[in-house]
Design a binder for this molecule. Structure first.
Ligand code: HEM
Length: 238
């Protein structure tokens, strides 16, 4: 039997052949290297996003009673992992702070109209997390799981840790939502540092567009938790 190597198991030949800067070979080495860094940062973000989306999909399946027996403990475990991976995603973004803007300006024309705004995995994540107007599939699955156990999200918020796994899931969702929110803000500040008032390669205004795209997921969960201030003291919080 031939032994499986590390490189074979991970398909490293293929993986490490996928970084292809478009800056011509004749350009300065530091510019080619900067574009390589830019490509690696985006590719690794997409890889982590693949895992995050798969974990969140599995969490939805674990929570929704109509997809089989509801398994909130496994759901919570998957949500915790996704929250941790979103932290990594934010850190990866922060590494791009070390992209020298003079090098970026040199290789940016080679991006053409390619833009992160086209990221299908980010769109998928946004749909899972929801926004002010739409609760998103993740929150809907959580609400269904609470109802299946004869309770409600409002009651879970009211009982706090006594609500057990449902309380932990509410905390997991807020960790995920807040880290996603921080990613959006981190991306905006990075972009503003790198481009100032320049438009994006995707054709948007850049900073103004990204500000309009900063949404806070799990609005209803935040509202229900906030209500505790009124419920507990019997009058609106000051
Ligand atoms: C030097 C670093 C970066 C700059 C200057 C930058 C710039 C921009 C700009 C200007 C936009 C607005 C759309 C457009 O007109 O192109 C955008 C959108 C976006 N970028 Fe980046 N970006 C950077 C890094 C990243 C990284 C590492 C990712 C991770 C995959 C990413 C993902 C996205 C996503 C998902 C959007 C859509 C955001 C939304 O709709 O809220 N970007 N970027």
């Amino acid at each position: 039997m031939t032994s499986l190597t590390y490189a074979d198991y991970l398909n490293l030949d293929t993986l490490l052949s996928l970084q292809a800067p478009r800056t011509p070979d004749t350009a300065e080495r530091s510019v080619i290297l900067a574009e390589h860094f830019f490509v690696v940062a985006h590719q690794s973000s997409e890889l982590w996003l693949k895992q995050i989306a798969a974990d969140l999909d599995a969490a939805v399946d674990a929570l929704r009673p109509e997809y089989g027996p509801s398994d909130p403990e496994s759901g919570s475990e998957l949500l915790e992992r996704a929250a941790e991976l979103l932290r990594i995603l934010l850190e990866q973004l922060a590494a791009l702070d070390k992209l020298p803007v003079r090098h970026f300006a040199e290789f940016r024309p080679y991006l053409g109209s390619a833009s992160g705004a086209e990221s299908e995995q980010f769109h998928y994540l946004a749909e899972l997390l929801g926004d002010d107007q739409h609760p998103g599939r993740l929150y809907e699955a959580f609400a269904a799981a609470t109802e299946h156990s004869g309770t409600t999200v409002a009651e879970v918020c009211r009982r706090g840790p006594q609500a057990g796994v449902h309380h932990r899931i509410a905390e997991n969702l807020l960790d995920i939502g807040n880290r996603y929110w921080r990613w959006k803000v981190g991306h905006l500040t990075l972009m503003s540092k790198m481009l100032g008032e320049q438009p994006g390669t995707g054709g948007t205004t850049g900073a103004a567009y990204l500000i309009s795209r900063i949404i806070v997921p799990f609005a209803e969960l935040r509202r229900l938790r906030g209500r505790l201030h009124e419920d507990l003291v019997g009058r609106p919080a000051q």
